[in-house]
Structures are given as structure tokens and as C-alpha cells.
Design a protein around this ligand. Structure first.
Ligand code: PLP
Length: 388
């Protein structure tokens, strides 16, 4: 569907197959394989002369292809690959494009950190980490040949915001790729490709799926950069099941309304928490008090549904507050219609030493909130009773 249409319209209509039975949306084709009229016909597909359905693990399945057309349009991109999880997408990405070296900027998802820090080096892949206040070292790492820069913005759990356009320019100057994990912001609030990033990664398990009931991932960008990833995904067997692809496509049709309402809810919760006497500080890109607010206002069109509050008190007091919450469920994920809470020291950053946590600005009194679609007044009331 043409880019003349706005994102919400494309989320509903792009990629939908015209179904001979009249179904308004693409049906689920569960078939693992697809039949041909004759051998010449099969060879046309196998040898790439014609696009056709062949084998589901390859992605040559109508339900998966339809989802990928919709995923591409989210980031206004040429193409997209669906994956069985966000980590599957990252693993294929790093193996295909990161072998000359990866620089990970800022804090990142726990699985991403483990993959880059512990596992890729086992394959001889050089990897580097720079925190937000160490960006002066980026230039020399690029000069020394690292070929990929990777970051999340806003990042987990401090919501640190990185300048996509500036870092893209610096990476491109050295012929390196910039890949942005756009999971936290979602395509509704941030379009990294338009700001200069080369590829976007999503854990579709979060906002794209939106209901905490599917695990999936995506890589989105130019066909030329996605093509080399094709065989990795195919032979590592990282394809989502057609049922999952159809559920994700269904979720994407409501992405815009969900995320915009989550922006509203998170802003209301942030403001209420900022003025609460038992709260030390609130980290939310939409607050004027937030250090990354000016940059976020420039590169984001909405501030997202994620925020972190720091309670006045120690880790134990914070845990007691978390345990008193009624509407926020204690769970380490995010992006669903239900609000979730997590204390990073107990989950996402549990494996780090206290020194490493403090170097990353993560305190025991931090509570990360994923604001869902409940009425923000109820969420604020719940937080207030828990803080009493
Ligand atoms: C959850 C998450 C991932 C990993 O995604 P899975 O679908 O769980 O594999 C990657 N990046 C971010 C920012 C995440 O929140």
C-alpha cells in the first residue's frame, strides 16, 4: 500500500491478501509446504524467477509474507523479515552483518548484552560496550574497524535517549552500519530509518504484539541489507509459526491507537509520580525535568509507555511498595495492554554486580513501569496506595 497513506491506515490495510472467500484479512496458511502444477513451475520459484510459496521455514508462506509487508510499512521501509523472537532477529543480524565487530552503546536488553558480551566473542567476533558518557571513544573503535553500531533508544531501564541522526552520520563516515532496537519507542513514536539508521530491530513480543501473548521479532530496512540475513534465518530455523504471524498481524492493525493511549497514560503517571513526596525522581522522556527531553522531543513524535521511578528509600522498601501494587503485575516484560512493574535489581539487571549497576546509574530503589491501557486514574491511585 502506497506511502501516501498515514501509518494507522497502512497498519490496517498493508499486506492484506485478497482472499477468494472474501475474508477481509489474510487467512492463516498453516501448510509447511506448497504444491506446484508441474516441475517447471516449481523450478521457477526455487531458482528465483518468480515469487511463490514453497516452504514455511523459508518464509515462503502467504501468511508470513503478508505479515512482513505490514512490518516493512511500520518503519516506512522497503522490506522486513519476521522472526520467532526478538533475540532470533538480533542473532541473525549479528551473524550476517556484525562479524567485523559490534559496538553496543548504552544499556541494552539482558539477552542482547549476554549475546554480545559472552557468546559472539566465542565465535571470534570482537565486541565493545560504551556507556552514554563514553561516546568520545566511539570514533577510535570505528577507526579500528568495528563495522556495526547498535543501541536502544530510549534504553532500559533509565530511558536514556541517544541521538540517532548524529550517531548514524558518525558510523556512516566509517562505512559502518547503525542498527537501532526500536522496541521501547515503537514505530508510532520513533522512525529510526528516517533519521539515518540502516536497520531496525524489534522484539515484536512487546508493543507490536501488544497483548503479552506472542513471542516474535522483526528486522526492517533495505532489501540489500536484509538479503544477506536470509540464509542465516532460514538455516538457523528462526521463522515464526503461521499462527503467530497471523496474531502479530492482527495486533499491528491496532498499534497506533494502543501506543498513543499508552503515551497518554505514561505521561499522566509520570506527572503524578513527579510531584509525589515519596518519589525521589521520575525518568520519562516526556518530562521537562528529564535530561534527554530536548533530544527526545526532536527525534520522537511521542514519548512512549515506559517510565522508571526512583522511590525514596532502600531496595527492601521499594520491594515492599512493588508488592503492594494491585493493578500493576510483577513481570519483566513490557508493551502489553496490561500494566507491568519490575524492579530492575531483581530482574533485568539482577546478574550485574552492585558496582556495575551503579556505573550504569541503576539503583535498588528503581521501579520500571510499563503502562498499559487501563484508565490512568486507576493506575495513579494504585501507585499512590502502594507508596503510602
Ligand atoms: C524483550 C526485548 C528483546 C528480546 O526480545 P524477545 O522477543 O524476548 O526475544 C530485545 N530488545 C528489547 C529492547 C527488549 O525489550
Amino acid at each position: 500500500m502506497s506511502k501516501e497513506y498515514e501509518l494507522d491506515t497502512r497498519c490496517v490495510h498493508t499486506g492484506e491478501l485478497k482472499d477468494p472467500q472474501g475474508s477481509p484479512h489474510t487467512p492463516i496458511y498453516n501448510s509447511t509446504t506448497f504444491a506446484f502444477d508441474n516441475t517447471a513451475d516449481l523450478l521457477d520459484v526455487v531458482e528465483g524467477r518468480r515469487e511463490g510459496n514453497l516452504y514455511t521455514r523459508y518464509g515462503l508462506n502467504p501468511t508470513i509474507r503478508s505479515l512482513e509487508t505490514k512490518l516493512a510499512t511500520l518503519e516506512d521501509a522497503e522490506a522486513a523479515f519476521a522472526f520467532s523472537s526478538g533475540m532470533a532477529a538480533e542473532a541473525a543480524l549479528f551473524l550476517a552483518h556484525g562479524r567485523e565487530g559490534i559496538i553496543c552503546i548504552g544499556d541494552a536488553y539482558g539477552g542482547t548484552l549476554e549475546l554480545i558480551a559472552d557468546q559472539l566473542p566465542l565465535l571470534g567476533i570482537p565486541t565493545h560496550f560504551l556507556l552514554g558518557d563514553e561516546l568520545d571513544q566511539l570514533e577510535s573503535l570505528l577507526v579500528n574497524g568495528a563495522h556495526m553500531v547498535f543501541f536502544e533508544t530510549p534504553s532500559n531501564p533509565t530511558l536514556e535517549v541517544f541521538d540517532i541522526a548524529a550517531i548514524a552520520a558518525q558510523a556512516h563516515h566509517h562505512d559502518a552500519l547503525l542498527v537501532v532496537d526500536n522496541t521501547f519507542a515503537s514505530p508510532v513514536n520513533q522512525q529510526p530509518l528516517a533519521l539515518g539508521a540502516d536497520l531496525v530491530v524489534h522484539s515484536a513480543t512487546k508493543y507490536l504484539g501488544g497483548h503479552s501473548d506472542i513471542t516474535a521479532g522483526a528486522l526492517i530496512g533495505n532489501k540489500a541489507l536484509l538479503d544477506p540475513i536470509w540464509n542465516w534465518r532460514k538455516n538457523l530455523g528462526q521463522m515464526p509459526a503461521p499462527e503467530t504471524a497471523a496474531m502479530l498481524a492482527r495486533s499491528l492493525r491496532t498499534l497506533g491507537v494502543r501506543v498513543r493511549q499508552q503515551n497518554v497514560g505514561a505521561m499522566a503517571v509520570s506527572q503524578a509520580m513527579e510531584s509525589h513526596p515519596r518519589v525521589q525522581r521520575v525518568l520519562y522522556p516526556g518530562l521537562e525535568s528529564f535530561p534527554g527531553h530536548a533530544l527526545a522531543s526532536r527525534q520522537m513524535s511521542g514519548f512512549g509507555g515506559m517510565l522508571t521511578i526512583e522511590v525514596k528509600g532502600d531496595g527492601a522498601l521499594t520491594t515492599a511498595m512493588v508488592d503492594r501494587l494491585q493493578l500493576f503485575a510483577i513481570a519483566p516484560s513490557l508493551g502489553g495492554v496490561e500494566s507491568l512493574v519490575t524492579q530492575p535489581v531483581t530482574t533485568t539487571h539482577h546478574g550485574l554486580t552492585p558496582q556495575e549497576r551503579s556505573r550504569r546509574g541503576i539503583s535498588d530503589a528503581m521501579v520500571r513501569l510499563s503502562v498499559g491501557l487501563e484508565d490512568p486514574r486507576d493506575l495513579i491511585a494504585d501507585l499512590k496506595q502502594a507508596l503510602q
